[in-house]
Design a protein around this ligand. Structure first.
Ligand code: FES
Ligand code: FES
Length: 156
C-alpha cells in the first residue's frame, strides 16, 4: 500500500512498494496521460511534477514518496488546459503523434516555473525529453511563447 498525494488528493493505492510511480498513476489511479516510453529515465515521456520538480516517474518506486509530497500529472497541471504552456502548445500546434507531449509539457512547465525567461541554452539543458517525431523546434518556440506571457487565451 502506498499513500500518495496526486493532483491535490491524498489516496491509498494498493501496490507493492517497489512499483514505479508511473504504473501506480496509470493503472491504479487511472491517470493515463503520463506515458511509458523507455522505463529507464531516458526519454522523459513519463515526466510528472513532484513538489514542482520535473521527475521521471518510471524510475521512482512509490516507496520513495510521502503523502506530503505533491505529485502533479498532466491531468492536474490546470483545471481546463489553460496553463500558459498548454496554451502555447495549442497556439503553435506543437504535437505530432503526441506520445511524448505530456512529458514535454510537464518538463516545460517546471522549467518556466523555476526559470521564467529561459535562454536557448537553458532550454537545451533542461529539455532532455526525446521526441521521435522531431518536434524540438516547436517545443522550443512554445516554451519561449509561454515565457513571454503573451500566449493567446484559447486556440479559437
Ligand atoms: S518512460 Fe520514463 S524516462 Fe522514458
Ligand atoms: S510528438 Fe510523436 S514522439 Fe513526440
Amino acid at each position: 500500500m502506498a499513500r500518495l498525494t496526486i493532483n491535490g488528493t491524498t489516496r491509498d493505492i494498493d501496490v507493492d512498494p517497489d512499483t514505479p510511480l508511473l504504473w501506480a498513476l496509470r493503472e491504479q489511479a487511472g491517470l493515463t496521460g503520463t506515458k511509458y516510453g523507455c522505463g529507464i529515465a531516458q526519454c522523459g515521456s513519463c515526466t510528472v511534477h513532484v513538489d514542482g520538480v520535473a521527475t521521471r516517474s518510471c524510475s521512482m518506486p512509490v516507496s520513495a514518496f510521502t503523502p506530503e509530497q505533491q505529485i502533479v500529472t498532466i491531468e492536474g497541471l490546470s483545471p481546463d488546459g489553460s496553463h500558459p504552456v498548454q496554451r502555447a502548445w495549442l497556439a503553435l500546434d506543437v504535437p505530432q503523434c503526441g506520445y511524448c507531449q505530456a512529458g514535454m509539457i510537464m518538463a516545460a512547465a517546471a522549467l518556466i516555473a523555476q526559470n521564467p525567461k529561459p535562454s536557448d541554452a537553458d532550454i537545451d539543458a533542461e529539455m532532455t525529453n526525446i521526441c521521435r517525431c522531431g518536434t524540438y523546434n516547436r517545443v522550443r518556440a512554445a516554451i519561449k511563447l509561454a515565457a513571454s506571457g503573451e500566449t493567446p487565451a484559447s486556440n479559437g
